[in-house]
Design a protein around this ligand. Structure first.
Ligand code: IMP
Length: 200
């Protein structure tokens, strides 16, 4: 089976992307590849952070690889937390504290519109390709559901009527920003695989 290294240790992300890609390519995380590294996300755009992560892993391993960076962009907060979503409540990456801060900043605010945006950076045979996926929705007044990760308990995609954290992986995939970006990645990989083999 062909393998593709995913520059993350977030197993939720690996599962979501593996589901999109199917069984023809095995997605492996940094941990599964025996790579112990915490890649910085110092830039002010999702694109630059995703590029930094894939470039770092490519330099280290020489393997075909991809990374992704995701942000929650809230209309009433002028797009914040955006690229700062992971550390919104400070260093420490606590999902609970990030949600608390978000709900606090939106207290009394009737405009709850928000969107998730994912950028994937793929490095294939040394060349970079970028893919984007967006999911529009809104922020709840309080968390609902215990599945998923991150801001899932407070995010309701348009038309869904319930939060990402109340959905199975398959349901979340039918709306997900990450799935939309991954679908483009998959289409691109399929178009390439007839011309050149992936890392095995
Ligand atoms: P990063 O891409 O891992 O830097 O994620 C940025 C922040 O957004 C983190 O706090 C994640 O937990 C959160 N996040 C990323 N993707 C999702 C998602 O699909 N649902 C909910 N939160 C997410």
């Amino acid at each position: 089976m062909n393998r593709l290294l995913f520059a993350t240790n977030n197993q939720h992300k690996v599962d979501e992307i593996q589901n999109a890609i199917g069984r023809s390519i095995e997605v492996i995380s940094l941990r599964q590849a025996g790579i112990d590294i915490d890649i910085p996300e110092p830039h002010d755009t999702l694109e630059a952070n995703a590029s930094e992560k894939s470039a770092t892993i490519y330099r280290l391993t020489g393997m075909n690889c991809f990374s992704e960076d995701t942000g929650l962009e809230v209309a009433a907060l002028q797009g914040e937390p955006g690229v700062h979503s992971a550390r919104y409540a400070g260093e420490g990456r606590s999902f609970g504290k990030n949600i608390e801060k978000l709900l606090h900043n939106l207290e009394g605010c009737r405009d709850r519109r928000a969107r998730f945006r994912t950028v994937i950076s793929l490095i294939l045979e040394g060349k970079e390709y970028l893919f984007e996926g967006i999911c529009e929705g809104s922020i709840l007044d309080k968390p609902a559901g215990d599945k998923g990760f991150g801001y899932d308990p407070v995010f309701v995609p348009f038309g869904a009527g319930r939060s990402f954290a109340e959905m199975t992986l398959a349901e979340k995939a039918s709306y997900s920003h990450r799935r939309k970006a991954a679908d483009q990645l998959v289409a691109f990989l399929r178009s390439q695989s007839t011309h050149q083999p992936l890392q095995s």
